[in-house]
Design a protein around this ligand. Structure first.
Ligand code: NAI
Length: 338
């Protein structure tokens, strides 16, 4: 099911106090779109700790509240737009005890709802309005009068009006212009995490190994980096795939390339990859194992240097031949430009 502007009634938002928790990538874009859709500025409140994001919201004319408990008390609708890993603590401690019993909570990612990390009251609506775009594009496409892909769902219909409110909000942030797709926190989480934990890791690994094999065969750092990604060819291929079809885009390549790609892809045995993807999906993602692991290391993700496990992974990735070669190439390029 796809929802368009005509399915959404903006008047449902009249007189509602809308609170944005967070004014980052998504918060800044969605709050500005909503205001430009005719929601009065005094009906929008930005709940943000005192940091550069709060200053940005103030400079754009928004009313900012640093006290989360005060923001929670007035919210008819609450957009949860702070990073997923910090949402449970802040929402459960500061917002949940103070929110109105019939408030609507809007999530932009299914993660915390699917893994039941947020506490809601039974009469509250919990809806997902999840743009499939980075925040800057959510804003720029709206300004150009265009839509963008977005998932919508009702995860808890406490008032019975969850869907109509979700659609009104989707329209106000510009998401129903090109059609918002009915989805669910389950679907969004399964797809997102499988792409992040299986599909892209494999793509990173394939590039790393292809790089090493070609390097060993005598290809230069410069030639390899430009051939493989610095020319932006992969970006162009995906752009064409979105327009002309995943396989249809091959027609833009030479005959030698088309034959090589199709012949190679069809000859590969997909079974090992399928088994690996299933293992990650069922035994790491859907059973909550990854979420549990992440919640254990969450406090460390705020740390500096190598005490932060994410920085440890970056340090390990730095040691690979591909990253070392790219460093050398970028260094030589910078020298040339001086
Ligand atoms: P972000 O990283 O841009 O969030 C920054 C905001 O969070 C700022 O307002 C900052 O003050 C606040 N913040 C950060 N740490 C905090 C803390 N410890 N305590 C209180 N406030 C804190 O977040 P982003 O990327 O906009 O993500 C928000 C939601 O949107 C998430 O659920 C994410 O999954 C979802 N989403 C993000 C997309 C993106 O383009 N980045 C795309 C689609 C969905």
């Amino acid at each position: 099911k796809i929802y368009y502007d005509s399915d959404a009634d903006l008047s449902l938002l009249r007189d509602k106090q809308i609170v944005f928790l967070g004014f980052g990538n998504q918060g800044a874009a969605q709050a500005q779109n909503l205001r430009d859709s005719g929601i009065m500025n005094d009906k929008i409140l930005i709940a943000n700790r005192a940091d550069s994001y709060a200053k940005d919201a103030q400079s754009k004319g928004f009313i900012v509240e640093h006290d989360f408990e005060k923001a929670a008390i007035v919210a008819d609708i609450l957009f949860l737009l702070i990073p997923d890993q910090v949402q449970p603590n802040i929402f459960n401690e500061k917002f949940a005890p103070n929110l109105k019993p019939t408030a609507t909570i809007v999530i932009a990612s299914g993660y915390n709802v699917f893994f039941k990390r947020l506490s809601f009251s039974p009469q509250q609506d919990v809806v997902m309005v999840a743009p499939r775009m980075i925040g800057s594009s959510v804003r720029s496409l709206y300004q150009k009068g265009k839509g963008y892909p977005c998932f919508v769902s009702v995860e808890q219909d406490g008032t019975g009006s969850g869907l109509s409110i979700a659609l009104a909000l989707s329209r106000a942030i510009g998401a129903t212009k090109a059609g918002a797709i009915a989805s669910s926190a389950y679907e969004e989480t399964a797809m997102d995490l499988l792409a992040e934990q299986a599909l892209w890791p494999n793509i990173i690994m394939l590039f790393r190994e292809a790089f090493s094999v070609l390097k060993e065969a005598g290809c230069s750092d410069e030639a390899l980096c430009y051939e493989m990604w610095m020319s932006k060819e992969p970006a162009e291929i995906f752009e064409r795939a979105a327009e002309d079809g995943f396989i249809g885009q091959l027609k833009h390549h030479s005959t030698v390339s088309q034959y090589g790609q199709l012949n190679g892809a069809l000859a590969l045995d997909g079974e090992p990859a399928r088994a690996h993807f299933k293992d990650i999906l069922y035994n790491q993602i859907l059973n909550g194992k990854f979420a549990e692991h992440l919640s254990k290391i969450e406090p460390d993700l705020e740390k500096d240097g190598l005490q932060n496990p994410l920085n440890q992974l970056y340090a390990k990735a730095e040691e690979t031949e591909l990253v070392q070669a790219e460093k050398r190439v970028r260094g030589r390029l910078a020298d040339l430009l001086q």
